[in-house]
Every structure is written in structure tokens, then in C-alpha cells.
Write a protein that binds this ligand. Structure first.
Ligand code: ATP
Length: 882
């Protein structure tokens, strides 16, 4: 619809044929058929053939194809054919892996798809944004992304950030009034909302005028922002490593080629020797193994309530050393129940109220009017803090809906966690009255009078001290306190922030929000895993400290700090102090960024939770921004790299454990691939330098690298997760995966396999037939690498972690062994893979030799690797805390 800004809300509704009930299902279906879905054109997805084609862009594959062509010209067509077939088979495997990884990532994306709240059949419903049609009535509130363009029909102080369209970062104040004029710019269409912008303040209803590519953003952005997942740091460093290794190997291969020619070998033999070395060395499967393991890992995490939005997060999770968590809802249950009130200078239990007392009734009525929650018979809707109030009313037969009907709301300033206040205006007994509720400290700053049963009088210093004492008393019990005040207004006008002063204090309502059952255990687990948990909350310092103590975040030597104290510290001073503070109270979202930065400057990897629209910058600044799936705003979810579907702190700790395990599994896969390759390189180099014949045909190494090695590598990536990963410190994110120790292990294990392979080769040479020797070397190398798969499952011996605990390892081993034995036993295959028939003794000999590296490594692990010693179990930490 064009130029809706010129028409009144009523006219727009009429021309779009929408009633105040919204659209009905039938109409929605009809419109969807005409208009399609509310989505922007996504960049074209690659089809299977394109993905298959991409597999040939790999450096190794190009080298192989080159080798195949050259061998064909040199008259070795058989070799060429085998190389071609293996390369194609590898490309098929690569395509299948790519598609599987894509699938799991796109199902993940669907899980975190944006939603919209609309009116359909007279009822407010939540739907995926893509299902919005023209004519839908859209409800917007702070933190929502606007799903489509629309004309505002009901406005409550709506402010919208339209920077994605206009580049202007200041929020625009919206109105529902008609705007005159032609060619009005987007920034000036103040009665319209636009897709791609987000609500920073207030709320509104708008009728949708345009969707999908017809929206203003659809017109400018013909393609959706490139949604392709970026490579993770690990993938980048492995790609880089692979390229460097490939170039070095190419040089060495060329030298070996020249050396052999010089020794008088045939060109074809020298060439195949050089190709064998290149094939043995290049770790072609590395990067794709990382992708598939990361992708499968995210599926497991999604089942455990953590949805990963950025693949990089899985890797960084294992390095998290600080978790900054909200209190309400994340560490606590977010189920608030009113417990005690303070009114007329008296503290009372919620059970003992007497609503025939005017003061008590006044406080309860104020609490029902100045809140939006509804406590229905079977469902509660709204902010849990306010549900505690409406439930309190219902306990004394005061239904919020009746009270609100009796004294309708004229206007309001919604709650926001920066201001920590909410105000509503009503006409009560012919008097326009503003009711304000919020944090006590903020209300006391603005209150000048107090209302008691003797009437309204000046609020003295003594009164304030008394009220603060009561507040402290409530807070020490972990209760959240809301203060209530009011003010009479002279005229019926829109209120602004300036009106929230000269208040008359009435009383306090305190409520309990118990910690989640899992929080204490999860906090203890964090601590034993070398991760510092920190509570950041808008709540009062004493309330926050009481809860933090209960769950083990705040210990005696730690401190709690308030937002205003933080304001007084310079960044340098904060950095000095930051590791002693474990509770931040009365903070606003801007403080969160400073806390994250201070920890990051000290070299930490920080996870930070957030749910509000103002939390987005801090979520982006954190290494892992975590948003709440239930209470989180769309803006926070969009900024986060992980979304918790259950809003639970314990889920973060579980995700970290998963992150550590996934990283370990990837590391084990890499170790398996690289140590096997090292064995191949060592064997070929040794033969070249010792003037022995070439131990392998290129096909042999291709067979191992591309066929029998891929499956165990994936199986290692699927190794069951171990809870013991949370008993060590977080991994240093800057430390390369190829650490000295890791490379040392790769070389030693590779050497063991190479040595046995060479013994087999020499045994074979004794038969006088080089082909038999080569077959023995190939069979030993292949089998030893299959056995080695079990070595790489863990740093510990497999007898300790359970021989059968990874069924995939056995399946991979079984398939690999079947491949190898089929090739050795069946005549037609023997010809293709260039192996000779072995005698029973030779067969037995290669099995024994292949088993030796496995035995040596397992014995070493069994007797010398003691990872389980020195572990602190989290139960011990819990006991130590209590
Ligand atoms: P976090 O989720 O970060 O742990 P929180 O939920 O405790 O923080 P806020 O919701 O920002 O923090 O609340 C801060 C303070 O604002 C509370 O201590 C309370 O006094 C007051 N407050 C909370 N909710 C409301 C509300 N709906 N209306 C008025 N005041 C409120």
C-alpha cells in the first residue's frame, strides 16, 4: 500500500479491509496466496552439483588430477584411472558431508527465526515473522524487531531505531497522527514503522501495509545480508596450516623427484614416488572434519536448550573463563510471590492484610493499576514482578481487570530497566492521579511527602532512614522490593519523565524469587572448571548479595558493587578491581560493556547474558553473547551468538562443557589424521633416503587417506562427551591447537606406525618381490592407522574410558577393515589397488605389526597417563561453600 502516512489509521484499516478483530484464518490464507511470504530474497543456495564441483577446487585434488594426467601420458593408464575414481569418490563423500552440515545448520537457523506478535481472529498470537501478511495488526514493544512496514494505529510513547534504513542512530519518536505532504522521507514518516528497524522504547500497534520485497528495506536491499557462516578460527588456522604444509611438501617432493632421477630411476617411477609423498602428506580431510563435527555438535547442544547462532561460538565456549549472568530468571526462577509489605509505618505479612483498612487497600489498588500483568484463572500473562502483584490482588478478591476497568489508564510511561520506574495516570474520584512504582532508591530520591493513615505529610530524613532500614531488612532475606508513590496532576495531559518527581511515598511490597534448583550445582561446577561466575543485576545490592551467597557466587573474600560506584572508577581502576567483584547490583546495560571490557583486557574470554534491547551492545562486545529464548527481546537474540531456550544459567555451563568436549573431539580427529599422515611421510622419506624402492603406489596412500581414514576421523568427532572436561582449566584461546606437546605426540605416534610399516616392507622385500613388500607396507600402514583410531579417542587408555563406549569408532574400524581385506583377498580389486596376493604368514605378520603401535601406546597410557588424579569434584566445592 502506498502513502499510508497521509491517511488516518481508520482509513488505512478500511482500505486494507481489516477489522478491530484483526484478520481471520481464511483471509490470511487468501492473502498469503496472493502476496507470498514476508521474506527478502535470500542469496541463491548452491545446488548439489555446484557443491560437488567445489570439491575439485581443493589443492590436493588438483595435484592428484595433475598427477593422473601426467601418469596417463607416461603410459600408466591404470594408475590414472584409479586416481580419477578415488578423487570422484572423495568428492561424493565431501558433498554428502557438506549437505549434512548445511542441513543441521539451517535447522538451527530455523530454531532461532524471528517472531512477530499479531492480532488474528480477535486474539493476540505469536507467529514466525515470515507468516505476517498485509493487513495484520502488529504489536510492538521495546526490544522487538519490526517485521514489516506498517501504519501506527495505537501509540504509547513508541520510539524506534531506524539506523538500518536511514543510517541515523538516534531513535525516532513515533506518533499516530496523519502527516501531510508528498515525497516525505522515511525518517519523517513518523506514523509509520518499517521492517528491519527495532523498538527502543514504548509500545504500539500498527497495521501492516507492505511485506517482503515491497517493504522499504526490501527495495534497498535486493539481497539478504550474506548469511553464509564464516569460517571459525580453528578452520582458518587449519586451512592455513594445510596450505603451508602443502607448499613445503611440494618442494620436498620435487627434490625427491630430482634425487631419484639422478640415481637413474625411470621418470615414471621417480614421478610416482614424488606423488606418493605429496599424497601421504597433505591432510585433505582436516577442514571438512572440523565443519561436520562442529555442525553435529550444535545439534546436540540445541537438544540441550542452547541454540548456537554463530559456529565460532562452539569453539570459543571451551575457552570461556568468566560468565557474567543476569540474576532474575537466569539464576533465579523468575516466579515472584509477594511476601511482606510496609505501609503506614508497619511491616506486615502478606497473609495478614485487612483490605477494609484504607491504607492497605490503597497500596494493593495502586499496585494493580500501575502494572500490565494479568492473572487469569488458568494462565498468567506478563512480567513476573507484576504477576506477583496481580496474584496478591486476587488473593484478596481484587481482580486487576475489574480495577483497571473502574479506573482506566489515561496514559503511561512504561518501565525500563535504566530508569527502574513505571508510571501510569488514572482518573480516581475526579482527580487525575499519577501512580509510580519502582526501585526504592529511585522513588526516595523523587519523593517529598509520605502518605499515612493520618494523612499526607512532609517526608523527613528520619522517615527516609526508617524506610531504608525496612528495605535493607527485606533485602537481606533475598526479597525484591518495589516502592509505590503517587502524585496528583492538575490537568489531563501526556506525562513525560519530568513529571516523575514531587512524589508522595505510600509503601513497599516485597517479593521472593527463589534461586533455580540447578543454580548452586552449576555455579560450583563453574568454579571447579576454573570459570568465574559473576552476577549482574538491576536489583538491589543486598537482595542480589543474599541470593548470590545462597548459590555460591558471592564468597566472603568477594565484593558486591553498585552501578554508581562503578561510575566513579576509571577503566584502569575497574580493571584493577574487577577480579574481586562477583556481584554488580543496580547496574544499567551500559555498565555491562565496561565490565566485559575490563575482563577481556585481563586476557579473559567472557560470556555475557542479556535480554533487553539495551543489552545488545554488551552482547556483541562479549566473546559469547548469550540471549534468553523466553524473556529475551528479538534485538538481544539477534546480537547474541547463543540463545538459551530455557533461560537457565545451568544451560550455559552445560554448553561450555559441550564446547570443551567438541573441541577435544576435533583435536583427537586432527591428531588421528596428522599422525597417520606423518607415518606415511616418514616411511616414504626413509625409503627415498635409504635408497630403497618406493614403498607405496600413490593409489595405496589415496586409499588410506581418502577411504579408510575418513570414517574413524568422523567417529572420533562423535566420541561421547565426558564430564571430566569440567575438571580442568579453560583452554587458552590464543594457544594454537598445534602446541608443542601435541606435535610431539603426533610425531612419536607417527614414528611408531612408520617403523612397523618399514619392518613389514623389509620383511616383504625378503620375498624378493617389491610388489609383495609394497603390499605388506600398505596393509600394515592401513591397519595400524585403523587400530590407531582407538588410541586417539582420549588421552586416557581405552580400558579406562570403556572399550565399547564409542560405537561409531567400531563401525568405522569395521568398515575400514572390510575395505582393506576385500582389496587384499579379491583378485579383481587386487589389480585395481595394485596389491599382490599375500601368504598366510605374510598376512599374519602385517596384522601383528599393525597391532604393535596400538599396544605400545595403550600400555603407555594405562601406566603413565593419570588424568583423573588431582580432580576436585563439584560436590566438594559445594560442601566447601556451605
Ligand atoms: P536482571 O534481570 O538483570 O537480574 P532485574 O530483572 O532484577 O535484573 P530489572 O528488571 O532491571 O532488574 O529491575 C531493576 C529494579 O527495577 C528492580 O529491583 C525493581 O525495584 C524495579 N522493577 C522491576 N520490575 C519493575 C516493574 N515492572 N515496574 C517497576 N519497577 C520495576
Amino acid at each position: 500500500m502506498k502513502e499510508a502516512y497521509k491517511k488516518s489509521a481508520q482509513e488505512v484499516m478500511e482500505s486494507l479491509k481489516v477489522t478491530s478483530e484483526g484478520l481471520n484464518n481464511e483471509e490470511v490464507e487468501k492473502r498469503r496466496k496472493e502476496q507470498g511470504f514476508n521474506e527478502l530474497n535470500e542469496g541463491k543456495k548452491k545446488n548439489t552439483i555446484q557443491v560437488f564441483g567445489e570439491q575439485f577446487k581443493d589443492l590436493l585434488v588438483l595435484i592428484l588430477l595433475g598427477a593422473a594426467v601426467i601418469s596417463m601420458f607416461l603410459g600408466n593408464e591404470e594408475s590414472a584411472l584409479v586416481i580419477f575414481s578415488v578423487v570422484i569418490l572423495n568428492a561424493i563423500l565431501g558433498t554428502a558431508q557438506h549437505i549434512k552440515a548445511e542441513k543441521s545448520l539451517s535447522s538451527l537457523k530455523a530454531l532461532s527465526a524471528p517472531i512477530a506478535r499479531v492480532l488474528r481472529n480477535g486474539e493476540k498470537v505469536e507467529i514466525p515473522s515470515r507468516e505476517v501478511v498485509v493487513g495484520d495488526i502488529l504489536y510492538l514493544e521495546a526490544g522487538d524487531y519490526v517485521s514489516a512496514d506498517g501504519r501506527i494505529i495505537e501509540n504509547f510513547s513508541l520510539q524506534v531505531n531506524e539506523s538500518s534504513l536511514t543510517g541515523e542512530s538516534e531513535s525516532v519518536v513515533k506518533t499516530e497522527e496523519v502527516i501531510d505532504g508528498d515525497n516525505v522521507s522515511i525518517g519523517d514518516m513518523k506514523n509509520m514503522v518499517f521492517a528491519g528497524s527495532f523498538v527502543t522504547y514504548g509500545r504500539a500497534a500498527a497495521v501492516v501495509t507492505n511485506i517482503g520485497m515491497d517493504t522499504e528495506i526490501g527495495k534497498v536491499a535486493s539481497l539478504l545480508e550474506n548469511t553464509k557462516q564464516k569460517k571459525t578460527p580453528l578452520q582458518i588456522s587449519l586451512d592455513d596450516f594445510g596450505k603451508k604444509l602443502a607448499s613445503i611438501i611440494l618442494i620436498i617432493s620435487a627434490l625427491i623427484f630430482i634425487l631419484n632421477m639422478y640415481r637413474g630411476y625411470e621418470v615414471i617411477d621417480s614421478f610416482m614416488f614424488a606423488v606418493a609423498l605429496a599424497v601421504a602428506a597433505i591432510p585433505e580431510a582436516l577442514s571438512s572434519i572440523v565443519t561436520i563435527v562442529l555442525a553435529l555438535g550444535t545439534q546436540k547442544m540445541a537438544k540441550e536448550n542452547a541454540i548456537i547462532r554463530k559456529l565460532q561460538a562452539v569453539e570459543s565456549l571451551g575457552s570461556v573463563s568468566v560468565i557474567c549472568s543476569d540474576k532474575t530468571g537466569t539464576l533465579t526462577q523468575n516466579k515472584m510471590t509477594a511476601k511482606k509489605i510496609y505501609i503506614d509505618e508497619k511491616i506486615m505479612d502478606i497473609e495478614n492484610l485487612d483490605l477494609s483498612n484504607t491504607m492497605e487497600k490503597k497500596l494493593v489498588l495502586m499496585s494493580l493499576l500501575c502494572s500490565d500483568a494479568i492473572s487469569g484463572e488458568d494462565k498468567e500473562i506478563g512480567d513476573p514482578t507484576e504477576i506477583a502483584l496481580t496474584n496478591l490482588g486476587r488473593k484478596y478478591n481484587l481482580r486487576e481487570i475489574d480495577v483497571r476497568e473502574m479506573y482506566p489508564r489515561i496514559c503511561e510511561i512504561p518501565f525500563d530497566s535504566d530508569r527502574k520506574l513505571m508510571s501510569t495516570v488514572h482518573k480516581i474520584e475526579n482527580q487525575i492521579t499519577m501512580i509510580t512504582k519502582g526501585a526504592l532508591d529511585v522513588i526516595l530520591e523523587r519523593a517529598v511527602k509520605i502518605c499515612t493513615s493520618d494523612g499526607v505529610r512532609e517526608l523527613t530524613y528520619k522517615d527516609k532512614e526508617e524506610i531504608k532500614k525496612v528495605n535493607e531488612n527485606f533485602s537481606k532475606k533475598g526479597l525484591r522490593v518495589l516502592a509505590f508513590a503517587y502524585r496528583n496532576l492538575n490537568e489531563n495531559k501526556e506525562i513525560t519523565l519530568k513529571d516523575e518527581e514531587d512524589l508522595i511515598f505510600v509503601g513497599l511490597i516485597s517479593m521472593i524469587d527463589p534461586p533455580r534448583e540447578e543454580s548452586q550445582k552449576a555455579v560450583a561446577e563453574c568454579i571447579s572448571a576454573g570459570i568465574k561466575p559473576i552476577m549482574i543485576t538491576g536489583d538491589h545490592k543486598i537482595t542480589a548479595s543474599a541470593i548470590a551467597k545462597q548459590i555460591g557466587i558471592l564468597k566472603n573474600e568477594d565484593e558486591a558493587m553498585e552501578g554508581y560506584e562503578l561510575d566513579r572508577l576509571s577503566d584502569e581502576e575497574l580493571k584493577e578491581k574487577v577480579d574481586k567483584v562477583s556481584v554488580y547490583a543496580r547496574v544499567s546495560p551500559e555498565h555491562k560493556i565496561r565490565i566485559v571490557r575490563a575482563w577481556q583486557e585481563k586476557g579473559n574470554v567472557v560470556a555475557m547474558t542479556g535480554d533487553g534491547v539495551n543489552d545488545a551492545p554488551a552482547l556483541k562486545q562479549a566473546d559469547i553473547g548469550i540471549s534468553m529464548g523466553i524473556t529475551g527481546t528479538e534485538v538481544a537474540k539477534d546480537a547474541a551468538s547463543m540463545v538459551l531456550t530455557d533461560d537457565n544459567f545451568a544451560t550455559i555451563v552445560k554448553a561450555i562443557s559441550n564446547g570443551r568436549n567438541i573441541y577435544n573431539n576435533i583435536k583427537n580427529s586432527i591428531k588421528f589424521l596428522l599422525s597417520g599422515n606423518t607415518a606415511g611421510i616418514m616411511a616414504v622419506l626413509y625409503a627415498a633416503l635409504a635408497s630403497l624402492p618406493n614403498p607405496f603406489a600413490a593409489v595405496h596412500l589415496l586409499f588410506i587417506n581418502l577411504l579408510t581414514d575418513s570414517l574413524p576421523a568422523i567417529a572420533l568427532g562423535l566420541e561421547p562427551h565426558k564430564s571430566s572436561v569440567m575438571e580442568g582449566k579453560p583452554r587458552n584461546i590464543n594457544k594454537s591447537i598445534l602446541s608443542k606437546d601435541f606435535v610431539y605426540e603426533i610425531v612419536v605416534e607417527g614414528f611408531l606406525i612408520a617403523a612397523c610399516t618399514m619392518i613389514a616392507f623389509k620383511l616383504g622385500l625378503q620375498s624378493g618381490n617389491t610388489n609383495i613388500a609394497s603390499t605388506m607396507a600398505f596393509a600394515t600402514l592401513c591397519m595400524a592407522r585403523l587400530f590407531h583410531g582407538f588410541n586417539c579417542r582420549s588421552r586416557e587408555s581405552i580400558f579406562k574410558i570403556g572399550i565399547f563406549s564409542n560405537k561409531y569408532a567400531w563401525i568405522a574400524f569395521g568398515i575400514g577393515t572390510l575395505f582393506l581385506n576385500s582389496v587384499l583377498l579379491f583378485e579383481p580389486l587386487r589389480g585395481i589397488i595394485q596389491v599382490e596376493k599375500l601368504t598366510v604368514n605374510q598376512y599374519a605378520a602385517f596384522y601383528v605389526l599393525a597391532f604393535i603401535p596400538f599396544t605400545v601406546i595403550q600400555l603407555y597410557k594405562f601406566f603413565f597417563v593419570k588424568t583423573s588424579e588431582g580432580r576436585v569434584h563439584y560436590n566438594e566445592v559445594i560442601n566447601a561453600n556451605n
